[in-house]
Structures are given as C-alpha cells and as structure tokens.
Design a protein around this ligand. Structure first.
Ligand code: NAP
Ligand code: MN
Length: 265
C-alpha cells in the first residue's frame, strides 16, 4: 500500500487510551506514516478498542469506502479487530508489505421513512421499546410477505450473522454470499398472526420493507449496529444489500471461518 500513508486514530479519549495511542503514534512515525487529525484527510482509519469501538469508528466516519480501516483490539482479537495492541509492530510492518490481505465487507443500506440511507456492517434491528408487542408488515420487493407480531426483527449482513442474529438462532452466513438475513425476535404465532418462524436469506437484488403498524406501539427502537436511533415516529424501513463495501486490513491466515471456530468452537 505505498500510497496509503495518512493515518487517523479513532479511540475513546481517556487518559488510559491516550497513553496507549501515544506509543502507537511513535511507531507509526517510525514506519513513515503521517498522522492526521481530520478524518477526511485520512486514507487509513485505525480504530483502537474492541469490536464496539470498530463499529463506532465506522459510524462516526460515515462508512468511507475510499479508506482502509484497521481494527486494533486492546484485549483479544475480535471479529472486526484483527490485531491486538501488543502486535501493532507487526501490523505497521505488514501495512507496508505484502503480508496483508484487504478484505471487503459488505454492508446493508437502511432507509428510514424518507431520510438519507444509513449503513450497517452488523445489522439493523427493530425492537419494541415497551412490554407491548410490535406489529410489522413485512414486504419483499413490495409484495406483502407476512405480518409479524412480537418483540422485533433483525436484518443482518453475513459478517453480522455471528452477532445478534446468532443469539436468536439465525444461521452463520459466509461473507462471500452477498445477502442479508431476516431473523425474528420472539414472534407470536397463532391463528391471527403467522410468520415463517425461521430466519431467511435475501439476495442482493431484493428490497425488504418493514412497515410499522401504527397501533399505539409505534415508538420502536431502531438499532444500527451498536447505535440506537432516536427517531421517534418511524413508519417504515427499506433495507437492501448496499453496493458500498468497507475495506478492512486483515491478517492472511485469519479467515472468517477461522474466526468462527476460534470464537465459538
Ligand atoms: P456489546 O453489547 O458490548 O457486545 C455484544 C457482543 O457482540 C460482544 O461480545 C461483541 O464483541 C460482539 N460482537 C459485535 N459484533 C460482532 C460480530 N460481527 N460477530 C460476533 N460478535 C460480535 O455491544 P458492541 O460490542 O457494541 O456490539 C454491538 C453488537 O452487539 C450489535 O451490532 C449486535 O450484533 C450485538 N447485540 C447482541 C445482542 C444479543 O446477542 N442478544 C443484543 C444486542 C446487540 P466485542 O466483545 O469484541 O465487543
Ligand atoms: Mn462490546
């Protein structure tokens, strides 16, 4: 990556983190990187923290598709954080060599009512905010598919399939399959309400529409990865696989399935 030299560090500004990042800065200088303090001048964005810091880094920097993202974990490596802070030397060295692989992560695009789209790398979730259930009309490509009643719905990317989606028994999806998975959270199934009851995968040519039935429980929580939206009165969500892909620096011998095995088996 000879022409990628401008580094931006994304981290929580605590004294403890400042100390960790200061040694990273020195190291970056020694490897001939330029450290910038404005994200729009960066072509490499290094997030320091856990997976949650990485998710925040993406959201706060607007899912830039012209940057390379790097996840440095202050504890153990995670799903998006391929390096630990102890091995940054290795990371810096590999950023300037051939050792690295840049993987493209696909995202989903979520349009809430008529707003501009938001991006997610894990999932978009919609959940009841109160004990009362939520009713959602589910449309696939504008055809009414089912009427959902229950706690909520999760729409996950392949790399997000190991997160929230997995806790509701969704399948783990190979990131090479450009798709999104729809999973239910505690659906009610009876003679009035019937849903599929299992997760399903939609291809990248489909559009999913979730129409919130305005029956008094119309203040659901909309989650975009690890951020809750403050939209008070959403009526509908339109979700599709986005053409926008996020480039992330990875170690060569650290495939998705190796991560799955390491974390769960
Ligand atoms: P959190 O509540 O602190 O952490 C949730 C857990 O999910 C952490 O162990 C986190 O790893 C892990 N995680 C995040 N992305 C993952 C992925 N793609 N594959 C496997 N594990 C993943 O929140 P957070 O760290 O900010 O993460 C936000 C994510 O939490 C959301 O996007 C959602 O997927 C998930 N979540 C799960 C549930 C549930 O399972 N019941 C409920 C709400 C949200 P780290 O330890 O590395 O942070
Ligand atoms: Mn976390």
């Amino acid at each position: 990556m000879p022409n990628r030299k401008n580094l931006f560090f994304f981290y929580k500004r605590t004294p403890e983190m400042e100390e960790k990042v200061s040694s990273l800065r020195d190291l970056a200088h020694r490897h001939d990187f330029e450290i910038v303090d404005q994200v729009d001048k960066a072509n490499i964005i290094v997030s320091i923290g856990g997976d949650n810091a990485f998710l925040q880094a993406l959201r706060k920097t607007n899912f830039k598709d012209d940057c390379l993202y790097v996840g440095v974990n202050t504890e153990d490596i995670g799903f998006y954080t391929d390096f630990t802070i102890q091995e940054v030397d290795k990371m810096m060295a590999s950023m300037s060599s051939e050792e690295v692989e840049v993987r493209k992560y696909s995202t989903i695009e979520v349009k809430i009512d008529e707003e501009k789209p938001y991006y997610c790398i894990n999932e978009c979730s919609i959940r009841s905010n109160v004990i009362k259930t939520l009713v959602i009309e589910v449309f696939i490509d504008n055809e009414n598919f089912e009427t959902f009643r229950g706690d909520g719905i999760i729409v996950s990317t392949p790399t997000g399939s190991t997160a929230y989606n997995k806790s509701v028994r969704g399948a783990i999806v190979d990131p090479r399959l450009p798709s999104m998975q729809v999973s239910e959270i505690a659906s009610i199934n009876n003679n009035d309400y019937r849903t599929l009851g299992t997760s399903f995968l939609l291809s990248n040519t489909r559009t999913l529409k979730l129409e919130i039935v305005q029956d008094g429980n119309d203040f659901p929580i909309i989650g975009l990865d690890n951020e809750a939206m403050s939209i008070r009165h959403a009526k509908q969500l339109e979700i599709k696989v986005s053409p926008r892909q996020i480039k992330v620096l990875k170690l060569k011998n650290n495939s998705f399935w190796e991560k799955v095995q390491r974390k769960f088996l």
